[in-house]
Design a protein around this ligand. Sequence first.
Ligand code: MF3
Ligand code: CO
Length: 256
Amino acid sequence: MAAIVKEPWEIEIMRDAGRIVADGLEMLEGMVRPGVSTAELDGAFEKFVVSRGAYPTFKGYRGYVASICASVNEEVVHGIPSFDRKLAEGDILSVDAGATYKGYVGDSAVTFPVGKIGERAARLLDVTRGGLEAAILAMGPGVRLSRICRTIQQYAESRGYSVVKKYVGHGIGREMHEDPQVPNYVIDNYEFILKPGIVLALEPMVNEGTDDVRVLKDQWTVVTKDGGWSAHFEHTVAVTPTGRDVLTRRRNEKNG
Ligand code: MF3
Ligand code: CO
C-alpha cells in the first residue's frame, strides 16, 4: 500500500493531475446536451487527457474499457459509455473521471443537468453537491475522519435523501484507491485522524429513494433498486497545515 501521507512535492504533482481532470470535466460540461451519446463524451475526455500528457486512469482498471463512467438518471455509478446511449432533455448525467499524471492520480465526478431539468432533479443535484461541499469544509488537520462521514450523511438524510452504502470514497495518490476508505455514512469504531499530507477522494452518492443498489448484467452499471434517481459529486482534496485544498476544482464551478 502506498504511503498515506504525501510530501508537499507530491501534492504539487497531484494538483497538476487534478487540474487535468477538472479541465476535462469542464470541457465535457460544454458538450452535454440532448442527442449527445455518452461514448462521444468518453472519446473527448480521453483525447483531452492524453493531449495534456496524462493517462485516463479508469481505462484498463480492473478490466474497465472506457475513460469515464457515465451514469444516467437511476444509474448511480460505473455506467459504461455507449454510442447507443443518447442523452435526452431533462436527464441527469453523472460523469466520473480520472487522470494519472507523472505517476499520481486525480479523481472527480459531477452530475450535469441535460438541458432543462425538473425541480426534483435539480434539488437532488443541489443536495449532493451541498453534502460534498459541507464535507470539504469540515476537513482539516486533527479532524476525525468519522466527522467527514457524518457530515455527508446528515446533510443528505436531514433533507430526505439516502446515501449509498455499498460504494465509498477513498485515499488517493499513486493509486486511485488507497487507504483510508471514506464511507458517506457513520460506521462504528472507525477512528482515523486527518493530518497534513493526507489526500482523500470524497464522493457522496445520494439517492432520492432507497439507498439499495444492484449491478446490471454488464457487470459494471450500478442502479438504484427502486428506480429513483441518483447523483454523484466527487473531489480530490488534500489536508494542509491550516485546512484543506481542493485539487480538482473546476474554474467555472458553482459550490455550496
Ligand atoms: N472513480 C471511481 C472511484 O471514485 C472508480 C471508477 S471505477 C473504473 O472510485 F473502473 F471505472 F475505473
Ligand atoms: Co473516487
